[in-house]
Design a protein around this ligand. Structure first.
Ligand SMILES: Cc1cc2nc3c(=O)[nH]c(=O)nc-3n(C[C@H](O)[C@H](O)[C@H](O)COP(=O)(O)O)c2cc1C
Length: 490
């Protein structure tokens, strides 16, 4: 059953900030803090906001559409972000897009819906499914169509997937449909008339939008850290957007149809993205992303075979059936050549993991060393790394790999820095030609997992095949070698 949106507005809500749990600041030593999340420095605990009323329940108007898809009435909107939006990327070029009417699920597909349909057990009825590849997502859409007697939308031939525009079954939204629905008529960084607090969405709440402005200049002191839940939560825990759609920001990011690529300014009427590519887009950010990566315009991308604990999907259906097909082949070349482990490490955890990776593969490893190393003082290093990330700097490397051409497969290790790659990794990726090569990322982190690091790598080397990432907390525990072995085995 499909239901009309009501387009109700969202009132201003008082923030009900939760206690910010202060972690001991890490030092330059090897770290394995069980049960702790990484936090940047000795942050003072935040005061409770006793006056803030919790606003985490769905409005009755929105609850009435829980059983069916929402009919999103089409229109024209400015897709992308303006150049003055903090933390925007160049791939968010602002352009006018018109989308027709379509139906969109108010919630992300749940673990139970996925497990029962795909025959893999039971699962939680409320928590969104994650750890599903883009292929899993389109297969689910087809299975749901068949179950409900609709015409499946996708023809799946190995890695080539074609969308039949005349089919009435379930599908993923296009990237444009997703952003249009997320924005629900808004034009700012989030679909609210204010910034996004951790009481309004499930994300890495220690890092609300623009908190970085306080690290050097205390520019936005009203921005305060909030709760980091560290896992997906029940759909419907937060207010929906103005069109009755839940979790368009956070909880799990959502696969959409489109290949990742530059926006086509001419492709403004119901765009379906590039014809071919190596990466598929996911949108909205997830429970372990910083708020800047939950922005309405932010574009994440991963290889369609990879999965992430913070990426799931929601289903859509066409309201107006079209003609013809949209498809395209996976733009990837066969990988040959030798294998090399390359890594950057500041305090040694990634180095330990890299040694295990290299030893299990029986190959050599190369450590990336900066021409001007980061400070060995932890807080100074945080500042330096934050500045580098703010400026998207490319720190010079002292390490040169002369015979890079002979390697077809790179196992690439790094620490999670500010939920992404350290900038020396960007320098490395831009120093050589990785077209057609395979890159397997492994990331040591303080609890933030891979963050946006795999997306960052994928965007820097879009012609490489970036595989499933391995996340290890600090240097891992006794089972780290087994985790590495399982990951290498695939
Ligand atoms: C500059 C800097 C930024 C960091 N940012 C994050 C982060 O955003 N999320 C996280 O989980 N850990 C973060 N950490 C913690 C490191 O990822 C973690 O300690 C890792 O094990 C360090 O690896 P290494 O010993 O190879 O340098 C950060 C550490 C530093 C020094």
């Amino acid at each position: 059953m499909c239901m009309q949106t009501h387009g109700h507005g969202q009132g201003e809500r008082a923030l009900n900030r939760r206690q910010f749990i202060t972690m001991g600041a890490t030092t330059g030593g090897m770290l394995a803090l069980a049960g702790c999340s990484w936090t940047p420095r000795n942050a003072a605990p935040e005061e409770d906001d006793a006056g803030g009323a919790a606003a985490n329940t769905a409005s009755s108007e929105a609850s009435s559409i829980d059983d069916g898809l929402v009919l999103v009435t089409g229109g024209t909107f400015a897709m992308g972000s303006p150049e003055d939006e903090p933390w925007r990327s160049d791939d968010e070029a602002l352009h006018d897009v018109t989308v027709g009417d379509f139906h969109l699920a108010p919630k992300e597909v749940s673990q139970r819906e996925y497990a029962q349909l795909m025959g893999s057990g039971d699962g939680n009825a409320e928590i969104p499914v994650a750890n599903v590849s883009w292929y899993d997502a389109v297969s689910y859409c087809n299975a749901l169509s068949e179950k409900e007697g609709l015409t499946p939308v996708y023809s799946i031939d190995g890695e080539d997937v074609t969308w039949d525009l005349s089919a009435n079954g379930y599908r993923l939204p296009t990237e444009a449909e997703w952003e249009y629905a997320c924005r629900a008529g808004t034009a700012g960084p989030f679909n609210l008339d204010h910034s996004l607090s951790a009481d309004e969405a499930n994300y890495y709440g220690h890092y609300p939008y623009e908190i970085e402005g306080n690290y050097f200049n205390q520019e936005v002191l009203d921005v305060q850290p909030g709760v980091y839940r560290g896992e997906p939560v029940a759909s419907g825990s937060f207010e929906p957007n103005a069109w009755g759609l839940y979790d368009m920001h956070g909880n799990v990011a959502e696969w959409v149809w489109d290949w990742y690529g530059s926006y086509d300014a001419d492709d403004a009427l119901d765009p379906t993205g590039p014809q071919t590519g190596a990466l598929r887009v996911n949108r909205g950010g997830g429970w372990n992303d910083f708020a800047k990566n939950l922005r309405s315009a932010y574009r994440a991308s991963l290889t369609p075979t990879s999965s992430s604990p913070s990426v799931g999907f929601r289903v859509a259906r066409s309201a107006i059936l079209g003609e013809g097909t949209v498809g395209g082949r996976v733009a990837q070349e066969a990988v040959g050549g030798d294998t090399l482990v390359v890594f950057f490490s500041w305090s040694g955890n990634t180095r330990q993991i890299a040694q295990v990776v290299a030893s299990q593969l029986g190959v050599e490893s190369v450590e990336l060393v900066c021409a001007e190393p980061y400070s060995s003082d932890y807080n100074t290093c945080l500042d330096e790394a934050q500045r580098d990330q703010n400026q998207q700097a490319r720190p010079a490397l002292a390490t040169k790999i002369d015979d890079m051409d002979r390697y077809g497969t790179i196992y690439l290790g790094y620490p999670n820095w500010w939920a992404s790659i350290p900038m020396p990794i960007a320098t490395f990726l831009e120093s050589y030609d990785f077209s057609g090569k395979a890159i397997h990322p492994f990331c040591s982190n303080g609890g933030g997992g891979l963050g946006q690091s795999v997306t960052a790598i994928s965007k820097l080397v879009p012609d490489a095949h970036v595989g499933q990432g391995l996340s290890i907390r600090y240097a891992g525990g006794d089972d780290m070698p087994q985790q590495v072995a399982d990951w290498i085995e695939g």
